[in-house]
Design a protein around this ligand. Sequence first.
Ligand code: BES
Ligand code: ZN
Ligand code: ZN
Length: 483
Amino acid sequence: MISFVSKASFDKAAALVLLTSAQAAAADFTSPVKEVSAAVNQVLASGKFDGGKGEVFPLVAGNCLILLAGLGKEADVTLPSLRVLVRRALLSSFFKKIADIEVIPHKDGADVVKALIDAHVIGSYAWKKYITRKKDDKTVEHKHLYLAAARDPEYDRAIKIAQSVNFARDLVNENADVTSAVYLEKTVRALVKGKSAVTLEVLGRKELEAGKFGLILAVNRGSSKEPRLVIARYNGGRKGDPYIALVGKGLTFDSGGLNLKPSGSMETMRSDMSGAAAVIGSLRAALALGIKKNIIFAFGAAENAIGADAYKPGDVIVGYSGKSVEVGNTDAEGRLVLADVIAYVIAKDKPSRLVDIATLTGACVVGLGHDYAGLMSNNDALADALAASAAATDDRAWRLPLYPELKDMIKSGIADIKNISNQKGSAGAMTGAEFLHQFVGETPWAHLDIAGTAFVDGDSRMYFGHGATGFGVRLLTDFIGKN
Ligand code: BES
Ligand code: ZN
Ligand code: ZN
């Protein structure tokens, strides 16, 4: 929980005081409580804490534990570094057993406050559902933060968006056998229940068969579970205004199929529905914020499993669009599912713009790493708008080129198109995008490849702990709000 207090009061159990190195050197910290100012300034004057980046210093004034946290040189304080440092301080052992913490920012400003909100709400998230040995752990999980800043509707929005990020993370972190296509459908149903602005269309196996969604069905054939195509039409804007469509890849598990992934590559593949999770999280945020736009939130959900009925390398499959696709590799399944969803949404709703978000390629991880998603588009204005939202929200994205020659790389001798490139090992992120491009027609479209950014496989990265990051919720929510 977060509350706003008009000024630092130091009547809480603990306080986190953020200081740049210049502020630390000046040693004239002022608080309304004299003993606090004296105690802080005494430490600063002693030179034991100089505000260096990442430095922390605990002291006690009255009955308040005060943690001084150094941000380094003012010029080097960026919003991402602020999120990282504040998260680290809030999770430090000093605050382990303390629920109420007041945070004194180093300076005023809406950007600073919003970064502190992210640091707390996104930064303190941890997936602990299945940890049973917490008997002796006295750590206080749910902190109440008191931010020394005037309350603002903008901050309430930032809190709701950050909570929607965590909502998406829960979906990704949960076991793949729990977060099935049907579970994702139920999640959306629960979100939109009683909301007259949203109409829901859900296609199950029967409807997918009747509608000739051959690609979604093929990918799901090895699974014991049902696939789903879920479309939530959110009518927050004027009647008749075109939709912006968001389309997510929802592979509830990607084993690779008969082109089975090796050990080491499969363990995190419950995260292969992170695109769908980002779309669902954005829907939650749109509802919470009451965004006044017409938006389609859609995803295709399937499981890429193996079994006697699994689709096979070399198969040629016709999907919703009518194009035939040669399956060069059953592990390039995300583009198959997305092709059916994209073709359907465009045929049915003619959105003004379509953005897909998908853990699509390992190649994107090789090229851009884990901190930047790949952004590819057939439309500069759309790509620029998404890049601006990416920069504003710290859901970082970097544009990669699409160009006519890529189409030659996904040519097939036996079908209209092939789901892998004929030039193995090169331009994998872009040929994956080019495959999708072949299903969008003239619609302004952009593709976010989040294979590297959706999941932290390790201790932590930036201000995310192990597991899902909820990448895309902040970016997409910002984008649909502004465009
Ligand atoms: N889901 C994977 C991509 C992925 C890789 C996501 C690593 C997250 C982390 C996708 O379905 C896949 O397997 N892609 C193949 C495509 C190849 C066969 C053309 C890949 O990247 O190896
Ligand atoms: Zn795959
Ligand atoms: Zn996949």
